[in-house]
Ligand binder design. Structure first.
Ligand code: CDP
Ligand code: MG
Length: 648
């Protein structure tokens, strides 16, 4: 039990100090406020966005500077408005295109359709988008194109100078996603060859200085540049004033021993003491979110905390449950959404709209799940780690969308000031770069090999299903049923072949959503997989691959997979009693993931599709192989090392 303090005041008791209560004190507000708004015409809405006032300034900077960095908080109109300003100013004339990149595909689709709507044009014509496996643009008509930074990187392979673009806006640069960082590095190089190209880098946090110094030319180059009359090579920074309301920040007085318990009691206290308004709680992942939802639901069932609607939010949540989160809160009720980082940056239209409706309170655990790469063991893992100051500000900012809000940080002010890093560690420093450097090499190799083995149809199906996060619906309390259902499709050879069975069933059911529902299969994922499959077929055909089915000869499918994924081969430890495997490449200990059909089956030799790391390193999507195929597939790789099938 601890106490809440508000510095400089007479210690107002903000939250009851009952058993288990967490005590906070408040500091200065986060940002200053301006007006709210109601319904208005599209043009009126556009004019009310903070960037509108900076239209001339933005266009002037783009005209005169090679690189413009534009800072403004989420919702100020950077993504949807700036490309339109550029188009209106003529940057898309003469067949040139304005590009705007996003780190996430969902965002690409949603902003593209929003911009098309604002401009009153059909999506895919003047305004289009491209994400992996989906190109909604028109070569003759498209003037504004939204795309993931990954797709732009890929375009560079065909057109290294990205010559069709007049302006490239790299959006959400503060996220420092892996592809964004690689892209910025390459764009800097392109700029030297194409002085007429303009870059706009937009960011929601003020950490723009680093980016600016990255784009500053060296002194020597600066001297050379001033001789011609091109744009100023020194980047310009413009800050667009925000529109948020005050968010009062509260810190815990003493460090909390258990952020989950602390989050739960903070929510209950807010409900007890504060005016109506929804609560958004930031935890780290499905496990702690489910636990918190359970605890809160138990509490609200025992009478005192009625009126709470408690909902989880994480990616991979079934659509119906997500919709509950975004539906309006009934009068007299208070919604509590326990979420991962996906609510931190506005992800989808629904998130944006919902945040505008009702979040008044934010509870921030101070942690998130982050990807880390260990170059020595060659393993990427997701681990719970402290967030950065920038991230903490973003989280707090979610509270001030509709009216002044409050953010309860489950860490001390001292910790925030002295120990939290200013920004997160950029993804580029904590990821395995292989897949970015050689885009999807293993799958490509598998598809090429399938040509030789006469099983391209099957391999393409597998590749499409593997590209989905999961095709299964996993909901709390249904794990057992899911396991049973999986047995209907399970193939002794492993998960890849199981995917083929699922796909077959889906096609035989006439792509029925009912069938999916009955079999705990995610209908939307299957529909998406069909689209991806179509794309892959077209790509394969272009590469001269003959589309052919092996008609049930699964051995050749496994051989093709071994040919592509030989670097992911693992061998069961001899005499292993707990199913421990070692990777052939680095002798790392790995285990078959419990979600795999090969869990507890443990064939001697397997190949995995990816590794996930929780308490152990787990192999996801595993297939059994014959070790002799490895040497066949990659003689250079396996010449002097394992496998030695005779010894085992
Ligand atoms: O990029 P930034 O976060 O600065 O703002 P934006 O994405 O351009 O959004 C500006 C406004 O457009 C938002 O506040 C929403 O009202 C609206 N918007 C929308 O309705 N649908 C979207 N997909 C994106 C934005
Ligand atoms: Mg944006």
């Amino acid at each position: 039990m601890s106490q809440f303090w508000k510095p400089g005041t007479e210690r107002p008791r903000l939250i009851d100090d009952e058993e288990g209560g967490v005590l906070f004190y408040s500091t200065s507000p986060l940002s200053s406020s301006s007006s709210g708004y109601g319904f208005a015409s599209v043009e009126k809405q556009r004019q009310r966005l903070p960037v509108y006032k900076y239209r001339t300034a933005i266009l002037y900077l783009v005209e005169t500077h090679a690189t413009a960095i534009i800072v403004g908080e989420t919702g100020s109109g950077k993504t949807t408005q700036i490309p339109q300003f550029l188009k209106e100013a003529g940057w898309a004339e003469g067949g040139r295109i304005i590009a705007c990149t996003q780190p996430r595909r969902l965002a690409v689709q949603s902003v593209a359709s929003r911009v098309a709507e604002e401009m009153g044009v059909k999506l895919g014509e003047e305004v289009g988008y491209t994400i992996r496996f989906e190109d909604v643009t028109n070569t003759d008509l498209t003037k504004i194109k939204f795309l993931t930074d990954g797709v732009l990187l890929r375009e560079m392979m065909d057109d290294p100078l990205l010559s069709k673009y007049s302006v490239i806006m790299v959006d959400e640069a503060h996220e420092r996603s892996l592809s964004t960082d690689i892209l910025l590095g390459l764009l800097k190089k392109i700029q030297r060859r194409r002085p007429e190209l303009r870059l706009i880098i937009s960011s929601a946090t003020i950490e723009a200085k680093k980016i600016s110094s990255f784009f500053s030319p060296s002194k020597r180059r600066q001297a050379l540049l001033t001789e011609d009359h091109g744009p100023n090579a020194e980047p310009a920074i413009l800050s667009v004033e925000g529109r948020g309301f005050n968010v009062e920040i509260f810190y815990v007085e003493d460090p909390v021993p258990d952020y989950l318990q602390a989050a739960v009691s903070t929510v209950l206290s807010i409900h007890d003491q504060e005016a109506m308004g929804d609560i958004l709680v930031f935890l780290t992942g499905q496990d702690d979110i489910d636990a918190a939802v359970q605890l809160l639901s138990e509490e609200s069932r025992n009478g005192q905390n009625q009126g709470l609607i408690i909902l989880p939010l994480y990616s991979g949540l079934p659509r119906a449950e997500q919709d509950l989160v975004f539906s309006p809160t009934p009068r007299g009720k208070r919604k509590v959404v326990v979420s991962t980082n996906i609510a931190e940056t506005s992800l989808t239209l629904e998130v944006i709209r919902w945040q505008k409706k009702g979040i008044v309170y934010v509870v921030d655990s101070g942690f998130s799940k982050q990807r880390f790469y260990n170059p020595i063991t060659d393993i990427e893992s997701l681990i719970v780690a402290p967030i950065s100051k920038a991230s903490a500000r973003q989280r707090a900012g979610r509270a001030g969308r509709v009216r002044p809000g409050k953010c309860y940080r489950l860490y001390t002010e001292e910790y925030f000031l002295k120990e939290m890093s200013a920004e997160g560690i950029p993804e580029i420093q904590r990821s395995n770069l292989v897949s970015s450097v050689i885009q999807d090499p293993m799958i490509s190799k598998t598809i090429l090999a399938s040509n030789q083995y006469g099983c391209s149809e099957e391999v393409i199906t597998i590749a499409a299903l593997l590209s989905m996060q999961s095709i299964w619906i996993s909901a709390r309390g249904t794990e057992k049923e899911l396991d049973e259902v999986k047995l209907r499709f399970a193939a002794a050879e492993g998960d890849h072949v199981t995917f083929l069975n699922v796909y077959k069933g889906f096609i035989q059911s006439n792509k029925s959503s009912k069938w999916c529902h009955k079999n705990f299969i995610n209908y939307n994922a299957m529909k998406k997989a069909l689209e991806v499959r179509e794309q892959l077929r077209r790509i394969a055909q272009r590469l001269g691959i003959v589309l052919k089915s092996c008609e049930g000869d699964i051995q050749v499918v496994r051989k093709a997979i071994a040919a592509g994924f030989f670097a992911n081969a693992c061998r069961l430890e001899p005499y292993s009693y707990n199913g421990m495997y070692k990777t052939v490449r680095t002798s790392q200990e790995v285990y078959v993931h419990p979600s795999s059909v090969l869990f507890r089956v443990n064939p001697k030799w397997v190949i995995y599709n990816s590794l996930v790391s929780t308490d152990r390193q787990y192999m996801r999507n595993v297939i059994s192989i014959d070790p002799s195929w490895l040497r066949e597939a990659a003689p250079h790789f396996y010449q002097h090392q394992q496998p030695n099938p005779i010894a085992h």
